[in-house]
Design a protein. Sequence first.
Length: 213
Amino acid sequence: MGQKVNPIGFRLETVKNSPEWQSSWYANTKQYGIYLLEDKKIRDYLQKKLYSAGVVSLKIERSVKKIKLIIVVSRPGLVIGRGGKELEVLKKDIQKLIAKVPGKQSIEIQVEEFKHADLSAKLIAEKVAYQLTKRMPYRRVVLSAMEKSISAGAKGIKIILSGRINGSEIGRREKFSEGKVPLSTIRSIIDYHECPSLTRSGYIGVKVYLCLG
């Protein structure tokens, strides 16, 4: 049985241009569990709230009395809103989530634009999963996604589907790849994401490995 390692965590300390740590803070043994659960609530809320904006990554930085959220999205206008109204709503909702934590903490939200949607494994996986729920032909969906990412500048891409593909009664696993995706080479910059596609016939898992250089 193969031992699978997350390619992002495998390269965190080695590759300079690889995706960075998603949380940056220090806590003692009493506060660590509280902060960890708090981060999970914030991430789940923002992923659900800003799904239409195309969230690429969410970084959380903490100081003594301040929480800084760096949200990287493909459509920043949906997050900011007219005159920053949507940002104020987000701040109020997040403040309610962390109200139980002792000590007052101010919240700062920084929104950054991700211009190339076809160079993010997360956006590709979510798009493939959404199209599968709409009962589109899975081969056309996957091949189209790979073609767009390669034309956008990716060195290679691998997409794995597993489950009741095309409504089959017996689950199976299919792999599609184009270009080079050297998972054993630590120097290579690999972006990775996995998400479920909840189709009418059942669950299909979508995994995307994207080689950026």
